[in-house]
Design a protein around this ligand. Structure first.
Ligand code: SF4
Length: 562
């Protein structure tokens, strides 16, 4: 369907620029004098430069030889975080200094732009995990794979093996352009509007690792989709492109900017522009440079692009983009129509070439090196050489001939990767939580896995009536890595008072969601004041809510938000 152009959001959301009482730390307005410790270390030495020291000094000298600023700052530019020391309970997280919370091992994040992997690459990640990471591996909700228990001594060898097959950890963390979310069915889905792979590759190849973009005010997230399900959570990215058909100009993208969650969530906004595929990289570069040059650097909790957009409004943002950063203005463009299919891609789906892709759900993203290696073998046995990770902690096996589909599904089941999961398993994601994260207050993955099992037992018979995945997002702290505000039921980890005692638990958010088959527009869930759930009470609470939802809803399309 061809959508009609709509006027850009000019006027309606424009705010006047406020006169700051203190400088915001905008480079082009206030100069580059660093206004806090983070800005100091970033300006003193580009984070990308730490790689040379890791390879020549730290891997040789061991953990004790690592400079503290590199360890807690620049290491992130290469996907490395120290992990939480086991045994420190969540009540002490806020009381201890970072170095008191960490042990001598690292989490290593492998960036997978667009979630696109060959089976060879998957096997290499699996083998690295088994050999160097105690067989740990988590699929994240940003299409990355995270490994744990990494020794600094092994990092150069891990990089060598990753890079040999075209993978990297470059700018996987830090104040940089993070992994580019891409439709997991790019280039293959029968109902695709446009294959965004060339745009993802151009941005990654030209700009990831570019020193001129390696000192941004904060992290910077990108998403691109060409699929009508809008499967890349575009509303909560700093810069996102959503496929759309312009009645005169053909297929291109609708540009969104300024989305992000965390403690102060804000949905992105359309600039009302149409971006032709060949201009995506230029426009992405322009938006990224606006963030670098105008982004707020004085306070880290005000540094994401969303705060600049909130002050500027979309009209000024577009004007600055077009006049200061682009070769020519962008035409007005239409909004994409409401999604008509689910975007998690679980199950069996037709490809445009007559073969099939199969989407499977690990339990809350948790896999292992052995499972990834076995998955690579399994995919190849059934004729596939390609897999994809998704922004929903799921994975896809591509290019499966029809005759191989059931054999593949049986093999996936044996690996704990269900292509026909319960609605509860399908809709639940969880962040890293207290197992490895230094900021965590509460356990997440194990609690969520237990809840899934309990909900399957208690509500399995009601699945036909429920009809769609209930999204249950479990977070270990207020940072919202697992997107609490965009779930039917979002759980934010904190200490809660139950019967006068402080125990690990969750604050409840209800009724959030991104644009999907059930809702035309994204909406942030509302905090249910005073409603706290103990860590072992997730299923009890979710069961009550789901039963009430089924009892109260007026029709089967009604969402939690209504
Ligand atoms: Fe860690 Fe909090 Fe993010 Fe979970 S939400 S991964 S606990 S920072």
């Amino acid at each position: 369907m061809t959508a009609q152009p709509t006027a850009p959001n000019r006027g309606a959301r424009t705010r006047t620029t406020r006169t700051p009482t203190k400088p915001h730390g905008q480079w082009v307005v206030d100069g580059q004098e660093p206004l806090n410790g983070n800005e100091e270390f970033k300006l003193a030495d580009n984070g990308l430069n730490v790689r040379e020291r890791i390879e020549s000094e730290y891997a040789e000298g061991g953990f004790a030889s690592i400079d503290a600023t590199d360890l807690h700052g620049r290491f992130r530019w290469w996907g490395l975080y120290t992990q939480r020391k086991p045994g420190i309970d969540g009540g002490r997280t806020a009381q201890l200094e970072p170095h008191e919370l960490e042990d001598e091992f690292f989490m290593l994040r492998v960036r997978i732009d667009g979630g696109q992997l060959t089976t060879q690459q998957l096997r290499v990640i699996g083998q690295i995990s088994s050999e160097f990471a105690r067989d740990t591996a988590d699929l994240t909700d940003r299409q990355n794979v995270q490994l744990h228990w990494i020794d600094i001594e092994n990092v150069p060898e891990i990089w060598r093996r990753l890079e040999e097959v075209g993978l990297s950890t470059t700018e996987a963390c830090g104040d940089v352009p993070r992994v580019i979310l891409g439709s997991p069915v790019a280039g293959i889905a029968a109902d695709e509007i446009i294959d965004p792979t060339p745009q993802i590759r151009e941005i990654a190849d030209r700009f990831i690792g570019d020193p001129s973009l390696a000192n941004l005010p904060r992290k910077y997230k990108t998403a691109i989709t060409g699929h009508p399900s809008q499967d890349v959570v575009h509303e909560i990215n700093d810069c996102a492109f959503v496929a759309v058909e312009h009645p005169e100009l053909g297929i291109g993208y609708d540009l969104w900017v300024g989305g992000a969650l965390s403690v102060v969530p804000r949905l992105g906004e359309r600039l009302g522009t149409f971006v032709a595929p060949e201009r995506v990289a230029e426009v992405w570069h322009g938006v990224t440079q606006i963030f670098r040059d105008y982004g707020y650097r004085r306070l880290r909790n005000k540094a994401r692009l969303k705060f600049l957009l909130a002050d500027w409004g979309t009209e000024k943002f577009r004007e600055v983009l077009e006049t200061e950063y682009l070769s020519e203005p962008l035409p007005d463009g239409p909004a994409a129509p409401k999604p008509t299919t689910l975007g998690d891609h679980v199950g069996v789906h037709a490809q445009k070439d007559g073969r099939f892709y199969v989407g499977a759900a690990p339990l809350v993203g948790r896999v292992s090196g052995s499972v990834l290696t076995a998955l690579a073998d399994l995919a190849e046995v059934h004729g596939s050489r390609r897999v994809r990770t998704t922004p929903h902690q799921k994975l896809l096996v591509l290019d499966v001939p029809e005759a191989e589909v059931e054999g593949l599904i049986a093999g996936l089941d044996a690996l704990g990767l269900s292509a026909r999961p319960s609605l509860f398993r399908r809709g639940t994601i969880a962040c890293t939580g207290i197992e490895f994260c230094k900021l965590a207050i509460v356990e997440t993955k194990a609690n969520a896995a237990t809840a899934i099992e309990q909900l399957e037992q208690r509500l399995g018979a009601l699945e036909p009536e429920i009809g769609r995945p209930i999204t249950l997002h479990v977070n270990g702290c207020p940072n919202s890595c697992a997107r609490i505000q965009t779930a039917d039921i979002g759980l934010k980890g904190q200490l809660v008072n139950i019967d006068g005692e402080q125990v690990p638990g969750y604050q409840v958010h209800l009724g959030g969601g991104l644009a999907n088959v059930d809702r035309a527009e994204a909406g942030l869930g509302r905090t249910v004041r005073g409603l706290k759930v103990p860590a072992d009470g997730i299923a009890d609470y979710a069961e009550r809510v789901i039963r009430r939802y089924l009892g109260d809803r007026e029709n089967e399309n009604e969402t939690f938000a209504q």
